[in-house]
Design a protein around this ligand. Structure first.
Ligand code: AMP
Ligand code: ZN
Length: 486
């Protein structure tokens, strides 16, 4: 822990020095996906942003227990506790078990995270795996007087809570404002107040996912799972709670109310929120129909895309914006990121064969400090990347003989690039290497064709056999030679 980390806290609406409750341990909870459909690129942006925070704090020596849940029950079509359960609805349409929907999209989500090289969290708990904890929390909230029962459903009493606490503490809005902006919705007659929300919902007999409880058969409200699971795995007061900023007004506001009413403690010291990925200025979302699936971006098979981009180019594109700024999706911005990523990786490759001398013309230690300063200032990846490009400039100048570098500084520069590119930014060379392998094989095919034309069959056979030995098979046809992996 070489330097203080500054973090923007939504709760205080200001930057604060990060001070863990029990250093070097850090507890971090991030709201995960609702697994009823494929994750879109906007969701990925949020999870990549928290991956960076997880990686950077770990890199500095903190031991982070990172909990990211999977919502596999209880998320209704509307945040106002009306409509169908999203997962059950999909299961009914597809005529499968809800848990088949959950399995399919959980597996899909994990695959996408792996492709983006997002590290798995320390614990990935599910709502359905914690029904007992949620019933217990509901029971305690009733006992503490912050909840009431109507016909087998239990609601949180916001009005009563707000008399003692500030319900709008996270959004900075007062309850009158919030009430003025609440629509009267059908199916809410059971609630005493328009801002009240369900902790436990009585299930109709045909509801597909329901559990026994002291109040009859039912299922938990969406906000409850995060309060119950963060409390179980990180305790009643932990370090960081995060999610996309669209979760501030309802989901996170209600989580805080539940936790405080449950045990009198505010759950987290720092609330961290990521800004939205937008398309033409509008939030990318499933319901707006403007969302890209990751594979559409990789293949380029989407009407808004000119071509495909590799996962690492997309990751690099996301890191070129600060997590608290919106990031607008465009072909031009992705093209620029692709160029930048290639330039960065090409410079990294050059590090191995730079010549050294007894003097450095650039101050590598100052560069290193600026990179860490940027990351320690609220995880400012765009500034850190801009600083690394200064490193790229130095590498290219040394290679061209315009600048010099000492062996110690070269070692420090290598370490800096390794730490930042691979450990902190979580980039991989795979794509870059795969592209290069393709180019090298194409080159070998050309050489082999020339050898064949010159009847040098020994050389042409040697190229084919050697490539096969290392896992690449050449296929000759009238159209020419193609290759594939074995
Ligand atoms: P959901 O599965 O819709 O609950 O979303 C999972 C996470 O993705 C939440 O933290 C959301 O705030 C976040 N999210 C949703 N849409 C976007 C977006 N367009 N850009 C960034 N994050 C998003
Ligand atoms: Zn949550």
């Amino acid at each position: 822990m070489q330097q203080p980390v500054i973090i923007y806290n939504t709760l205080s609406r200001s930057k604060e020095e990060f001070k863990p409750i029990n250093p070097p341990l850090v507890g971090m909870y991030v709201c995960g996906p609702t697994v009823y459909s494929d994750v879109h690129l906007g969701n990925c942006r949020t999870f990549i942003s928290f991956d960076i925070i997880f990686r950077y704090l770990s890199h500095l020596g903190y031991k982070v227990r990172y909990v990211r849940n999977v919502t596999d029950a209880g998320h209704l079509e509307s945040d106002a506790d009306v409509g169908e359960d999203k997962i059950a609805k999909k299961a009914k349409l597809a005529q499968v078990e809800p848990m088949e929907i959950v399995q399919k999209y959980t597996v899909g989500f994990r695959q996408v995270m792996e492709v983006f090289n997002v590290l798995p969290p320390s614990i990935e708990p599910t709502a359905t795996g914690h029904i007992i904890e949620q019933i217990e929390m509901t029971r305690k909230l009733l006992e503490n007087g912050y909840a009431y029962e109507v016909n087998g459903s239990i609601y949180f009493d916001v009005d009563k809570y707000n008399k003692e606490q500030n319900y709008g503490i996270l959004s900075g809005r007062n309850i009158e404002d919030l009430l003025n902006n609440t629509r009267d919705l059908d199916g809410q007659e059971e609630k005493r107040g328009a801002l009240d929300f369900a902790l436990w919902i009585k299930a109709k007999p045909e509801h597909l996912m329901q559990w026994p409880s002291p109040w009859g058969m039912g299922f938990p409200g969406w906000h409850l799972e995060c309060s119950a699971m963060s409390n179980k795995y990180l305790g009643s007061h932990f370090d960081i709670h995060g999610g996309g900023m669209d979760l501030i007004p309802t989901h996170h506001t209600n989580e805080i109310a539940q936790n405080i009413a449950f045990c009198g403690k505010h759950p987290a010291n720092y609330w961290v929120h990521t800004n939205m990925l937008t398309v033409n200025g509008q939030k990318m979302s499933k319901s707006l129909g403007n969302s890209f699936l990751p594979h559409e971006l990789f293949t380029g098979l989407h009407p808004l895309l000119n071509k495909g981009y590799s996962p690492m180019v997309v990751r690099f594109f996301m890191l070129q914006a600060h997590y608290r700024s919106t990031l607008d999706f465009s072909n031009e911005a992705l093209d620029a990121s692709e160029k930048g990523f290639k330039r960065m990786m090409a410079a990294y490759d050059l590090l191995e064969d730079l010549s050294t001398s007894d003097q450095s013309t650039s101050d590598i230690m100052a560069l290193k400090k600026r990179c860490y300063d940027a990351m320690s200032d609220d995880f400012n990846t765009p500034i850190a990347i801009a600083e690394l490009f200064e490193g790229v400039r130095i590498i290219n100048s040394v290679k061209a003989g315009l600048e010099t570098i000492t062996p110690e500084d070269l070692e420090a520069l290598k370490q800096l690039f390794n730490s930042f590119l691979f450990n902190i930014f979580g980039l991989t060379k795979d794509e870059h290497a795969a592209n290069n392998v393709g180019k090298v094989i194409d080159l070998l095919i050309d050489i082999r064709n020339n050898a064949k034309a010159n009847r040098d069959y020994a050389t042409s056979d040697a190229i084919r056999n050697k490539l096969l030995e290392i896992g690449y098979q050449l296929k000759d046809s009238k159209e020419g030679t193609t290759w594939s992996t074995v």
